[in-house]
Design a protein around this ligand. Structure first.
Ligand SMILES: Nc1ncnc2c1ncn2[C@@H]1O[C@H](COP(=O)(O)OP(=O)(O)OP(=O)(O)O)[C@@H](O)[C@H]1O
Length: 218
């Protein structure tokens, strides 16, 4: 099993006292599977994605990625699991302004020692970025920047891709193209894809759909 999330609990401390956002979440994702995570605003979708991505820690439960429990790992081990297996696409692109498009795409793959120039070039081509490789992020449109961010995530060929509304701020046509590319590329590399989305249409394009409600999978 690529991803096995078991009985995850998470409570935030707020000014009004503790707020239990996740109350025993279980989910599993196999290699090459695609899963949409839906739920009302505030239901904890982003929180869950952050926990799976090792960006925050649950209070209880296990998050096993390719046999490694990211929830029980210390900071260094968590970072190593993340670098080795997980790619994250958020709504904020977080491109590096001082690097060209080509270097932004290669950045995480180089960090993970998984840079494959041919694969990066192919990704840039598929993403429609071949003519923009020498440009800097500020010279690109929002949609182009998002495609750079997605290419950067896929460049190290992560086993697990986590995406939080990755097409949320793209126009409908660009969103459809980017979604096609992500699904194709996930299929090509055998990656598992877990995507948070508000869009029923988008959710319908993924293999399975889970709904988060009252802190649990409904
Ligand atoms: N660091 C934090 N401290 C306290 N409360 C938080 C924190 N982060 C999130 N929350 C609260 O936890 C709940 C879940 O937030 P989360 O962002 O996971 O929801 P979401 O389902 O992704 O929402 P949306 O669809 O609006 O992005 C919300 O009520 C939010 O206010």
């Amino acid at each position: 099993m690529l991803l096995d999330v078991k009985n995850i609990h998470k409570t935030y401390q707020t000014a009004d006292g503790p707020f239990e956002v996740l109350r025993g979440v279980d989910l599993r994702l196999g290699e090459g599977e695609t899963l949409a995570l839906t739920g009302e605003s505030g239901s904890g979708k982003s929180t869950l994605l952050h926990l799976i991505g090792g960006l925050d820690m649950p209070d209880r439960g296990a998050i096993v990625i390719n046999g490694h429990d990211i929830a029980g790992a210390d900071d260094a081990a968590r970072a190593a699991i993340r670098r080795g297996s997980v790619g994250v696409v958020f709504q904020q692109f977080n491109l590096i302004p001082s690097l060209t498009v080509a270097d932004n795409i290669a950045f995480q793959a180089r960090l993970a020692d998984k840079y494959d120039p041919q694969w990066s070039e192919a990704l840039a081509g598929t993403m429609g970025l071949a003519d923009h490789l020498r440009k800097y992020p500020e010279q690109l449109s929002g949609g182009q920047q998002q495609r750079v961010a997605i290419a950067r995530t896929l460049a190290p060929k992560p086993a697990l891709v986590l995406a939080d509304e990755p097409t949320g701020n793209l126009d409908e046509d660009t969103a459809r193209v980017v979604m096609d590319l992500m699904l194709d590329l996930a299929a090509d590399t055998g990656a598992g894809l877990l995507m948070v989305t508000h869009s029923q249409a988008l959710a319908g394009r993924l293999g399975r759909r889970l709904h988060l409600k009252a802190g649990r999978i409904a």
